[in-house]
Design a protein around this ligand. Structure first.
Ligand SMILES: Nc1ncnc2c1ncn2[C@@H]1O[C@H](COP(=O)(O)OP(=O)(O)O)[C@@H](O)[C@H]1O
Ligand SMILES: [Mg+2]
Length: 272
């Protein structure tokens, strides 16, 4: 369990990306963050991992208590894996070496400079097997397709033995069929391992397929929090009805996909 109380973020320069927010995330729950660009999805994910220091509020984990102090934060990060849109792999390394990077957090600095123990390699290979890439373990990741690279990214996250996975638009740069495959893999692994997953997505239909819970963000505020089954038209309007100028082409396509009446909330100049 991880809980945030009055968690807020205002960036230097004054952009309030997240209004003070209270939320709880549970083991085994697959949460999807929905919202247009600029809604605060990445900010919330970065705060949850303390990649950025929130400007207000606290984060509490069931195992570590309130997250403050370097030691506690380091332990929290070790049990919290990130999956990124651009997967952030080291391109000239093999899939196996990239997955082994997920184990580094468990080593001291000088220990990490020595060859890794065989059991780490065996575990990393098992992680690659989980994402269906065991035969490609020794291939450089820059020779792999986008979908395969993201599967390596998931294997690397898994190698961390995380309690929480934070994924920021993990399938945004993949074609729809590959995106579906990668997301179902991530979903299955998180369910099997009882991991709390918090995943930002652009596609409402993926949220409906995979989410136990949808959190809708608009302009830094939670405007919906519930199961996808009740993510009705009105809720989608609330999520995507943003102030003029923040609607992207992507949002327009989403709105179309969701069958929303475009002129009601989308400024026409964005429909270029
Ligand atoms: N490092 C930053 N410095 C200043 N403003 C930022 C920074 N990162 C994001 N923002 C602003 O915070 C708001 C929320 O951004 P973000 O969390 O990236 O939203 P999303 O991921 O939903 O697109 C936006 O207005 C964005 O421009
Ligand atoms: Mg983002």
């Amino acid at each position: 369990m991880i809980r945030v109380d009055h968690l807020g973020m205002t960036y230097p320069g004054g952009v309030r990306a997240l209004a003070p927010t209270n939320l709880e995330f549970h083991a085994g729950e697959f949460t999807v963050l929905l919202g247009p660009s600029g809604a605060g999805k990445s900010t919330l994910l970065r705060c949850l991992n303390l990649l950025i220091a929130p400007s207000s509020g606290t984060i509490t984990s069931a195992t570590l208590g309130e997250l403050k102090g370097r030691r506690t934060i380091r332990r929290h990060r070790r049990s919290t894996a990130m999956v990124f849109q651009q997967h952030q792999l080291i391109s000239r390394y093999t899939a196996l070496d990239n997955v082994l990077m997920g184990r580094i957090g468990y080593q001291g600095v000088w220990r990490s400079l020595l060859p890794l123990p065989v059991r780490d390699k065996v575990f990393a290979l098992a992680c690659l097997e989980r994402v269906g890439l065991i035969e490609r373990a020794l291939e450089r990741v820059d020779r792999m397709s986008g979908g395969e690279q993201q599967r390596v990214g998931i294997a690397r996250a898994l190698a961390q033995k995380p309690k929480v996975v934070l994924a920021d638009e993990p399938v945004a740069s993949l074609d729809p069929a590959t995106a579906q495959h990668v997301l179902s893999l991530l979903h299955r692994i998180c369910k099997d391992e009882n991991i709390a997953a918090i995943v930002s997505l652009h596609q409402v239909h993926f949220a409906k397929t995979f989410a136990d819970r949808v959190i809708g963000l608009a302009q830094g505020r939670v405007v919906f929090d519930g199961p996808p089954g009740v993510l009705a038209r009105t809720a989608l309007e609330r999520i995507y009805a943003t102030k003029e100028g923040t609607v992207t082409q992507h949002d327009v396509e989403e709105a179309r996909g969701a069958g929303l009446p475009l002129p009601q909330f989308l400024p026409l100049q964005t429909l270029s």
